[in-house]
Design a protein around this ligand. Structure first.
Ligand code: C2E
Ligand code: CA
Ligand code: CA
Length: 408
């Protein structure tokens, strides 16, 4: 894992490998330093018996290879060559062994027993000259391949300007004035088109490389906040989504400070949105970072509040400044009595804790009227504004510095 600016992780544990037709990937007897997932093309597994080459099987997209020798700790049992031009993803043995060690002990023992058993009994016998094509060995191979592809493409995309931020205004429910915005990331992939953040943020988190996205979001959103404050002459705030991995990373608070200073922004004008699970720190570095964020004066919002964690005891220990009521409750409260009760409860809790409450996903006038009547102070949603590009937001504030368009 490489360290990026300010200690942020720029991990790339997956590497793309392209083979020409006939090219060897590895040879029988080689050390077991990595496994491979076939993305496209076809490879052939062969070995030598009594000095004679024996072709064993062919594998196509969605197959994994090289994993057995990693798990058994033995050298490669077969050689592998490309039948046609082939693209693979290389995963290091270290990564696989780390993941394997974290498996449930029963599952791990199942895998180890199966490998031993198969090695003893299943030496394929060739019946003819036809080399069989093995079925895809990976469950959910399309998802796995997408994960690797995204991981590699995210880094390329960040360098080549495929990512940008959209801004959704957050308004005060009583006055209809814009008080701030949430920064939401967008990815325009050159081949796959627009990819929603739900799909790629999750991948980046799984692969441990979400830090590079967070750095981008912080840099863009703080520069946008500076411009919007200058245009409107008002003290707006920016809500920026960060992941649990960011909170846990050494150097993260220094990075925050650096970006705020660069744009002449007070930490009080920033709310970092983190989900509940990420805010229940089980590591000393996460606790230390949260304390440092509190010392810096930076706001912390619990995102999707009420959806993740049932034990509210953690609220006592946190330097909270806002809670965001998830769309699943706020946008559903008019229709659904249970959602309505939950929203009342959360708004009351926010008041008791002395933190801001922001309702998400208000789409209709009825949603807005209800939330206002319940006493919720801030809201965002399609009823007010959809997420938009910065120039559009600037235009709104230029025509009306308070952004006030929606009053009861
Ligand atoms: P979120 O943080 O809960 O963001 C709110 C989502 O609700 C956004 O979806 C927003 O466009 C959508 N939304 C807002 N108002 C309405 C409404 O009235 N109706 C409906 N149906 N939807 C509404 P989006 O932009 O697709 O983002 C999805 C999720 O991706 C976000 O959920 C957040 O978890 C994640 N995300 C987005 N940008 C970033 C980022 O920069 N960093 C990180 N770590 N995560 C991000
Ligand atoms: Ca959010
Ligand atoms: Ca949310």
């Amino acid at each position: 894992m490489a360290q990026g600016a300010y200690g942020c992780v720029m991990s790339l544990s997956v590497v793309e490998v392209n083979l020409q037709k006939g090219e060897l990937l590895y040879q029988q007897g080689d050390p077991n330093d990595s496994a491979y997932v076939v993305e496209s093309g076809e490879i052939l597994l062969f070995d030598h018996v009594n000095g004679k080459r024996v072709d064993r099987e062919r594998r196509r997209a969605g197959s994994i290879l090289g994993e057995t020798s990693i798990l058994t700790g033995k050298p490669r049992a077969v050689s592998v060559e490309a039948v046609v031009a082939t693209r693979l993803y290389r995963i290091s043995a270290e990564d696989i062994l780390t993941q394997f060690a974290q498996l449930d002990p029963i599952l791990r023992s199942c895998v180890e027993t199966t490998i031993d058993f198969v090695a003893r009994i299943n030496r394929p016998k060739l019946q003819s000259d036809q080399v069989p094509i093995a079925p895809s060995t990976l469950r959910d191979s399309q998802k796995i391949i997408e994960r690797f592809r995204f991981e590699l493409d995210i880094s390329k995309g960040l360098k080549s300007g495929q990512f940008y931020m959209a801004y959704q205004p957050i308004v005060a429910l009583q006055s209809g004035e814009v008080h701030g915005f949430e920064a939401l990331m967008r990815w325009q992939h050159p081949e796959l088109g627009s990819i929603p953040p739900d799909r790629f943020v999750d991948v980046a988190e799984r692969m441990g490389s979400v830090g590079q996205l967070t750095e981008f979001a912080l840099i863009e959103a703080c520069a946008a906040l500076r411009q919007l404050i200058d245009v409107s002459g008002r003290e707006l705030f920016a809500s920026i989504n960060v992941s649990g991995q960011d909170v846990d990373r050494s150097g993260f608070v220094d990075f925050l400070q650096h970006v705020f200073d660069l744009n002449g922004i007070s930490p009080k004008q920033i709310k970092l949105e983190v989900t509940e699970t990420a805010l229940v720190p089980d590591s000393p570095s996460a606790s230390a970072n949260l304390d440092q964020m509190r010392a810096l004066g930076c706001g912390i919002s619990i995102d999707d509040f009420g959806t993740g964690y049932s034990n509210l005891g953690y609220l006592k220990a946190l330097p909270l400044t806002a809670i965001k009521i998830d769309r699943a409750f706020a946008g559903d409260a008019v229709q659904n009595a249970v959602s309505r009760s939950i929203v009342r409860l959360l708004v009351g809790l926010g008041h008791e804790l002395g933190v801001d409450v922001i309702a998400e996903g208000l789409e209709t006038k009825d949603d807005v009227d209800l939330l206002r009547q319940i006493g919720c102070v801030f809201a965002q949603g399609y009823f007010f504004y959809k997420p938009m590009a910065l120039p559009d937001f600037i235009k709104i504030l230029q025509s009306s510095p308070s952004g006030r368009q929606f009053v009861a």
